[in-house]
Design a protein around this ligand. Structure first.
Ligand code: ADP
Ligand code: NI
Length: 217
């Protein structure tokens, strides 16, 4: 199979696995991250085959939906790529990136040793901010049965990944705990450029949200 064919059948496979998923990791999240990643990679020296396959496979076994088992995603990706006879070295690289990819809370940072990993991480993070990020965050909060906001609950930054993961804080908290921090955690210049407008848009949204909450606007 050619590289193009491998990417095409992988896209189909992932679409089959994730379509209709309702908590922010549906096929369209993958579609957007894939596009973001291709856009970012256009101005970087990177192996596009690795970038595209990683973007496509990065959420197929998301730990939040498998009782916290973070080894399932890379394992599923490995089996899939093995079945397509992708080179072992390429598979290992992709699986290593998937393992490191997700945001582990405000207090921790994940080292992304290769440019392909940095591109996909930036692409994934761009989809967590801006208008799409706002929509996904409230979708996720609703999925978890959280309040939108509660003026009696002060914003918190959980200091461990465990606490961050098991937080039951109102959804607005997630902006302070993650979304507003992401623009300073991007690696590539093209992702940073895109993030500027998306970040401002979230700040405006919060401003308007709190004003409307008090009937002031
Ligand atoms: P990603 O796919 O970017 O790694 P996650 O798996 O952490 O993101 O989460 C998927 C989506 O749900 C993202 O938009 C993220 O910001 C949002 N999300 C994650 N945790 C929470 C939370 N505690 N409250 C609200 N939204 C959340
Ligand atoms: Ni993702």
């Amino acid at each position: 199979m050619s590289k193009e064919e491998i990417i095409a059948v992988t896209a189909q496979h992932v679409q089959g696995l994730l379509s209709g998923e309702g908590s922010g990791h549906d096929w369209w999240h993958i579609y957007r991250v894939w596009n973001n990643a291709k856009h970012i990679a256009a101005t970087e020296q990177a192996d596009l085959f690795v970038v595209e396959l990683t973007a496509l496979l990065h959420d197929i076994g998301d730990h939040k939906f498998h009782n916290g088992d973070e080894t399932i995603g890379p394992k599923m990706a490995e089996e899939w790529l093995n079945s397509l006879q992708v080179e072992e070295q390429v598979i290992n690289h992709i699986c290593a990136i998937i393992k490191d990819l997700s945001f582990k809370g405000a207090g921790t940072s994940s080292a992304m040793p290769t440019i392909e990993g940095r591109i996909v991480q930036d692409a994934d993070r761009l989809d967590a901010i801006g208008a799409i990020g706002i929509a996904r965050t409230f979708a996720y909060g609703g999925h978890k049965g959280r309040e939108l906001y509660n003026p009696a609950v002060a914003p918190v930054l959980h200091d461990s990944f465990e606490a961050y993961k098991s937080s039951t804080a109102p959804t607005i908290n997630h902006f302070y705990e993650k979304l507003l921090l992401l623009k300073d955690r991007l690696h590539t210049d093209s992702a940073k450029a895109i993030a500027q407008e998306r970040h401002q848009y979230m700040e405006q949204f919060l401003d308007q949200f709190f004003a409307e909450w008090e009937g002031k606007r």
